[in-house]
Design a protein around this ligand. Structure first.
Ligand code: AMP
Length: 487
């Protein structure tokens, strides 16, 4: 889900994980486990809504899944054999409890719950029109726009209303929704965000952002939901609809580079293998004589393994990560972010002293992490430090669901590569090329205007209209909402 553009320039609140299960007496427990496996997609808040004989039960909380759903009393209240759940990634405060998904609304047809991963790029424009027509929004999340559009729809069943609503929506989204008797899953027409279908031994179906959420509950992978596809899950089975004109598929390439868990498979590709191939390609493109290949853990590990294998230079854990600290990105201020890096990583001096070191990481966003890490490795006695990045330079913000700061804070949008190298203090710096990335993804060569992936953060080629950004609507509405969001 996303908060409206402009609400907080430094942190869009958009990365998320979704999960749904239909026809299982353990629905809430399965949803909690699924969300736990998707915790990397969002650590700020989570929620689960269940249905039992037409009645809805909800529990939302701030923090991590394991804490929010730890209490047996909470779990016992989440009765029923259908559930949907959501993890939210956001900085502190992002709209408070009200914005935690799944959202719930009462319609003429009964209760309705909805959760989404991604970002709706015309939500603010539609929101303004809806407010002019009398709609009263309860949250600052773009997701709520879908609910209001459904309320306005004249279609007589929830599926029809949702189709009508989503036909007006632009953006990247994977949605799970739930009525009294069915679960609905949707992937946007370009399939930018992932969504998979799985099946449990008892025949009940599940939907999840990533296959790791199927693994944790022992569900078998059935298939990826297709771009533009809507699936309707009932205890009787799965119905597939194609209500939206599917666009050319544009899965987010950054899911493979960084965001998804390495043990997930997305659209037929294993994430870990893709990362290793990217690392190998990087070694071919940007070789440097060195003694040791060191990943920035954990995000740089698979690419560093690929780099080391390709270059023949030994792989070593020259930096050790403390797993009991959250992601540095979550920290709200630059100062804390600096501190966060120190909390999270420590140099393994014995492996670095006197060595020519190649550091491998997945991306440079602000440059803060790399700067600290390079410094730490030098302090540990490294003779040379070469930085290799398994993505092309991130020069453009994502408007489709990955948390990136505004352009001014993207170091690669502000500096040339040799300037970045100086800024982070590295002896050399290389990023994988866009063409090399496509090669490593085992995809056809990139064709401008119809690439196989969404790579807008690297190329600036945005495949889905940015209606809210290209009008002034987000500025106008954001200031009105700012005080609102702080409540
Ligand atoms: P920075 O200090 O801003 O350059 O941070 C770059 C680090 O943040 C990289 O090592 C990535 O592993 C990680 N990273 C990249 N993109 C994201 C994101 N959207 N959310 C959280 N972490 C990220």
């Amino acid at each position: 889900m996303g908060t409206p553009f402009g609400l907080d320039d430094d942190a869009f609140h958009e990365e998320c994980g979704v999960f749904a299960v239909c026809g299982n007496p353990e629905a809430a427990a399965l949803a909690a486990l699924g969300l736990h496996a998707l915790q990397h997609r969002g650590q700020e808040a989570a929620g689960i809504i269940t249905v039992d004989n037409g009645s809805f039960f909800a529990h939302h909380g701030i923090g991590e899944v394991g804490d929010i759903f730890a209490s047996p009393q909470v779990m016992a209240r989440l009765k029923g054999d259908m559930a949907i759940g959501h993890n939210r990634y956001s900085t502190a405060g992002g709209g408070g409890m009200r914005n935690i998904q799944p959202l719930y609304a009462d319609f003429e047809f009964g209760g309705f719950a909805l959760a989404h991963n991604g970002n709706l790029t015309n939500a603010m424009t539609l929101r303004r029109q809806l407010v002019q027509r009398g709609a009263l929004f309860h949250t600052t999340a773009d997701t709520e726009t879908v609910v209001h559009l459904m309320a306005m729809s004249r279609a007589n069943d929830p599926v029809g209303r949702m189709i009508e609503a989503l036909r007006q929506i632009e953006g990247a989204y994977s949605i799970v929704a739930m009525t009294q008797n069915k679960i609905i899953g949707v992937r946007d027409p370009m399939g930018v965000r992932p969504l998979v279908l799985g099946k449990l031994e008892n025949g009940s179906h599940v939907l999840a952002s990533e296959t790791v959420a199927l693994d944790i509950i022992g569900a078998e992978f059935v298939r990826d939901i297709k771009p533009g596809e809507m699936v309707v899950l009932t205890p009787e089975g799965v119905t597939s609809l194609m209500p939206f004109q599917p666009g050319p598929s544009r899965m987010c390439v950054f899911e493979y580079i960084y965001f998804a868990r390495p043990d997930s498979n997305i659209d037929g590709r294993n994430v870990y293998e893709a990362r290793k191939r990217i690392g190998a390609q990087l070694a071919r493109e940007a070789h440097v004589d060195a003694d040791v290949i060191v990943p920035v853990p954990d995000s740089g590990v698979p690419a560093a393994i690929g780099y080391a294998a390709e270059s023949g230079i030994p792989f070593e854990l020259g930096i050790i990560r403390n797993h009991y600290v959250g992601r540095t990105f979550i920290e709200p201020t630059d100062q804390i972010r600096h501190l966060g890096v120190k909390l999270k990583h420590n140099a393994n001096q014995a492996r670095l002293e006197g060595k020519r070191v190649v550091l491998v990481d997945d991306s440079i966003v602000r440059g803060t992490t790399s700067r600290k890490i390079v410094d730490m490795v030098r302090q540990a006695g490294a003779k040379e430090v070469h930085m290799r990045i398994s993505s092309p330079p991130t020069r453009h913000p994502c408007f489709y669901g990955i948390d990136t700061p505004s352009r001014e804070k993207l170091i690669a949008a502000q500096m040339e590569i040799d300037e970045i190298a100086r800024f982070i203090g590295a002896d050399s710096l290389s990023f994988i090329s866009v063409d090399g990335l496509y090669d490593a993804m085992e995809s056809a060569p990139r064709v401008a205007a119809s690439p196989a992936f969404c790579d807008a953060c690297f190329t600036g080629e945005y495949p889905i209209a940015l209606t809210d950004v290209s009008t002034d609507v987000h500025n106008a509405s954001a200031s009105a909402l700012r005080s609102e969001a702080g409540k």
